[in-house]
Ligand binder design. Structure first.
Ligand code: GLC
Length: 535
């Protein structure tokens, strides 16, 4: 709560993740940029978005599409410059939208001046800013940790000229910083100050649970062999570091915030990164992102979240897709495809699921994050072998956003140039212009659902309680004061009769497959349909 009793903005905001390479291109080089984002801010305001999270746009050799930073305090020329960024923040604020940027504290690029200096000699000023160890007597790496993208590869690279291994939980081009060094802490705090001074509203902190490591660097237990160390690292010292970061962020006026990527598959463990309200403001929780389209699995995810977070007074987040995983329509589509079934039927079902999932995302108790393009119901692009770029195989979900039905879908490229990745498969029908012109599209569903959430406090800040109504249906009530709203999500491919007398004839506020309110609730949910009713 803020001093006047209102919830902080980041608890009620609908966030939208922008992956800048793929959002919109202003200069025709086939790669999205800050001016492209700026040109489309009004489109996001139209949708009802409250806050943007912009993935990295800092100077980078792009070994991991910008998650390998070589200068934390400048914009990569590919994306624009600091003046363009300042303009973007000013324009977003003028439209009533907050701006949250990515902060990559666990590792730098191997081309960062700090690491170049560290490599220059074992006695260099920045040597101990990174994690260096001597080889084992037999020449092998210091421990058995494996890196994130290639599970056959150690999280260590041998640096021939200085005779030691350096640690990298991700690519060799992403050496881990050593946060045990006060100078590293100070330098990284300065990078936060740099952007806070420029007016950003907060940060999404990349693999932030990595900034504390057991100084003994013990082997990972054999039972978890093959799991990358970044999904296992969970050290008490990180909490101390997060408290210092929280103090810094909170010292700025205007409710600045930090949402952390804590890539641990236990919601219980993730919850500890909120501390006692003195660490992360929010943390991503990934089990729902990996959950299949099954009511029981979703109920379990929600119950786990409630039981882990509520006792701490921690506020949940909800994510269906992001730049690291197949889009949820692709995941649900894959799950839906039946042998011998025609494509149109599979597509119809995955569309229905994506619509119901939008209602789910935007009616749960917590802060929802929409990944760019989900509002268009996009699926992943097919990436031919010769166009694969990402070491982690994540290109499909990072395809450029189709803006219109022209042949290049708004990605006007000069001669000899093309968008950096192929566009998604249905771009001639699923693009912003076509969907905006048709009230029946998923884009309009998102817009209506976001507006409803904004207009009905029960949906943004109300209490949450499950109802047991029918197998395969997730049903819950959100209440605020006297206002009670019931959400029904049918995960089944068949219609389901809802046996709840009090809902008969209740006012339908929104139906996932409808264009507008449809009057009284019939008591039957269509296949993969979600409805929001008052009462
Ligand atoms: C996070 C990012 C991912 C990146 C990795 C290393 O998981 O979301 O895209 O590759 O960190 O920075």
């Amino acid at each position: 709560m803020t001093p006047d009793g209102a919830a902080p903005w980041w608890q009620e905001a609908v966030f939208y993740q922008i992956y800048p390479r793929s959002f919109a291109d202003s200069d025709g080089d086939g790669v999205g940029d800050l001016a492209g984002i700026r040109a489309h801010l009004a489109d996001l305001a139209w949708l009802g978005i409250d806050a943007l999270w912009i993935s990295p746009f800092f100077r980078s050799p792009m070994a991991d599409c910008g998650y390998d930073v070589s200068d934390y305090c400048d914009v990569d020329p590919l994306f624009g410059d600091l003046a363009e960024f300042d303009g973007l923040v000013a324009d977003a604020h003028a439209l009533g939208m907050r701006v949250v940027i990515d902060w990559v504290p666990n590792h730098t690029s191997d081309q960062h001046p700090w690491f170049l200096d560290a490599c220059s000699s074992p006695n260099s000023a920045h040597r101990d800013w990174y994690v260096w160890r001597d080889p084992n007597p037999d020449g092998t790496p210091p421990n058995n940790w494996v890196s994130a993208f290639d599970l056959d590869e150690p999280a260590w690279t041998f640096h021939e000229p200085t005779g030691q291994w350096y640690l990298h939980l991700f690519e060799p081009a992403q050496p881990d910083l050593d946060w045990d060094q006060p100078a590293v802490v100070e330098a990284m705090h300065d990078t936060l100050r740099f952007w806070l001074d420029r007016g950003v509203d907060g940060f999404r902190a990349d693999v932030v649970h990595g900034i504390g490591k057991d100084p003994r660097l013990p082997d990972d237990p054999p039972a978890v062999a093959g799991i990358p160390h970044c999904a296992l690292n969970d050290e008490p010292v990180t909490h101390e570091r997060l408290r210092a970061i929280r103090t810094l962020v909170d010292s700025y006026p205007g409710e600045r915030m930090m949402v952390g990527e804590v890539f641990l598959m236990s919601t219980e463990a993730v919850a500890t990164y909120y501390g006692e309200g003195d660490e992360l403001h929010l943390a991503f929780n990934f089990p729902p992102l990996f959950a299949p389209w099954l009511a029981d699995r979703w109920r379990a995810c929600i119950e786990d979240t409630t039981s882990a977070l509520d006792p701490r007074g921690a506020w949940p987040t909800w994510v269906l897709s992001n730049h690291d995983n197949p889009r949820h329509r692709t995941r649900y589509d894959r799950a839906a495809a039946r042998a011998g079934e025609d494509e149109a039927t599979t597509t119809r079902r995955s569309e229905a699921r994506a619509r119901a999932a939008a209602v789910l995302l935007l009616t749960l108790r917590g802060t929802p994050f929409i990944y760019q393009g989900d509002e268009l119901g996009l699926t992943d692009a097919d990436i031919p072998d010769d166009r694969r770029l990402d070491p982690g195989g994540r290109d499909g979900c990072r395809a450029p956003l189709p803006w219109d039905a022209t042949s290049d879908h708004g990605w006007t490229c000069g001669p000899g140039s093309r968008p950096w990745l192929p566009l998604p498969p249905e771009s001639s029908t699923r693009n912003r212009a076509v969907e905006e012109a048709d009230l029946t599209t998923i884009l309009h569903l998102y817009r209506r659902m976001i507006a409803l959430r904004g207009a009905v406090p029960a949906l943004s800040r109300g209490s949450f309680e499950f109802l047991d109504l029918a197998d395969g249906v997730l049903a819950y009530q959100r209440a605020h004061g006297d206002d009670v709203v019931t959400v029904l999500v049918n995960f089944e491919e068949r219609p389901v009769d809802i046996a709840m007398a009090s809902l008969a004839g209740a006012e339908v506020l929104l139906a996932s497959d409808g264009t507008a309110t449809t009057g009284g609730f019939s008591g039957v949910l269509g296949p993969d349909q979600a409805v929001v009713v008052r009462g």
